[in-house]
Design a protein around this ligand. Structure first.
Ligand code: DAH
Length: 360
């Protein structure tokens, strides 16, 4: 049998001498493992006489505990030191210059709505809003759109079934912003002078149509407004929006159920070698629908057409954006492609103003 005191000295010294966790594990196995020195001594107890066996047994147990404790303490110290070392290495240098951040961009649809609102807001129009989910009456009937009008067909319109799936009481995703004309007039007495930017929906999808798109509606009703005002307002609007002072603007007779007379508004352009350029030139490009509010529509809203009159107009935001900023395909507006946004988007503080400029 080895001397327990000598064994204690050696084993505790080995624990202290272990340089890392691996070495410490080797010390543990060599002392307390199945073939370790303390285990060995325990096995030898059987050969001793009873008195010696008890005394040596107790001493070995005490030694075992002491060595285990020393191993734990040493292990904890080593792990603490390793953590300290890592923290030391990973210290952040706060004096390093900032890495330039990718900044966000304003979507051209948001920017163009802002531009349109800026021009028309300056003329005195306020903003009105209405729900995207409309009823048949606001979207069609009140606007003097007859029951057999093609726009009512399921082909163009997203319908939401009424109670029990019946057609009666069904709702529609509004096909234009015109129902907000009705809601505005129902909300209070004339005069009205509002524009309505908002989302609209039609069952259509190609390079110039998307099932969800945006329009800006306009409505002006009072006792004196006539078609000359409509022409002046939209002429000024087109020139300010496109930033071309002498932009030719033409009113072409057309038909809308909610206006009488109705007109389509064209602006001058050239098309050379397939390239469209807005401005002076022999060619025309349609940008807006407009007209004098149909007396039936006024009547449907409880406004007396003998006393009040005015004009309305509507335009597609995507179309305006495509023309102004040369976006060739409408579908790209909704693809959320960051490279596209970086190219066609606007800096976040680049807000359009009449004095600061609408054209960047
Ligand atoms: N609502 C029409 C459309 O979606 C656009 C429009 C045309 C609106 C003439 C008007 C208007 O207010 O007077 O195609």
């Amino acid at each position: 049998m080895e001397s327990v005191d000598k064994l204690r000295e050696e084993l505790l010294a080995a624990v202290e001498a272990a340089g890392d966790l691996d070495a410490l594990e080797q010390v543990r196995v060599a002392a307390l493992g199945k073939k370790g020195r303390i285990t060995d001594q325990m096995k030898g107890l059987g050969a001793l006489d009873p008195d010696q066996r008890r005394a040596t047994g107790q001493a070995l147990n005490t030694l075992k505990d002491a060595v285990a404790e020393a191993l734990d303490a040493r292990k904890a110290a080593m792990e603490g030191a390793a953590l300290d070392a890592r923290l030391g290495e990973e210290r952040i240098d706060v004096t390093l210059p900032v890495r330039p951040e990718e900044t966000g961009r304003i979507h051209p649809i948001s920017q163009v709505i802002e531009e349109i609102v800026t021009v028309l807001g300056d003329m005195g129009f306020g903003i009105a809003e209405g729900p995207d989910v409309e009823d048949d009456w606001h979207n069609f009937t009140a606007l003097n759109i007859p029951a057999d009008h093609p726009a009512r067909q399921d082909h163009d319109t997203f319908y939401l079934p009424g109670p029990d799936g019946a057609d009666a009481g069904r709702l529609v995703l509004r096909t234009h912003t015109s129902p907000v004309q009705i809601r505005t007039m129902q909300a209070g007495p004339p005069p009205y002078r509002v524009i309505v930017p908002g989302r609209t929906y039609r069952c259509d999808y190609d390079a110039t149509h998307s099932p969800m798109f945006h329009q800006v509606e306009g409505l002006l009703v009072d006792e004196k407004t006539h078609m000359g005002h409509l022409k002046g307002c939209l002429e000024d609007f087109c020139r300010a929006f496109f930033g071309i002072d002498d932009l030719p603007v033409r009113f072409r007779p057309s038909y809308f159920p909610f206006t009488e007379p109705s007109a389509e508004v064209d602006i001058g352009c050239t098309r050379e070698g397939g390239e469209l350029k807005i401005g002076r030139g022999g060619d025309w490009l349609e940008v807006l629908g407009a007209g004098m509010v149909n007396p039936n529509v006024l009547r449907n809203c409880g406004v007396d057409p003998e006393k009040y009159q005015g004009f309305a107009f509507g335009m597609g935001v995507e179309r305006m954006a495509m023309l102004k900023y040369g976006v060739p395909d409408l579908r790209t507006f909704y693809e959320s492609d960051l490279r596209w946004l970086r190219h066609y988007g606007f800096a976040s503080l680049d807000m359009p103003t009449l004095t600061g400029g609408l054209n960047r």
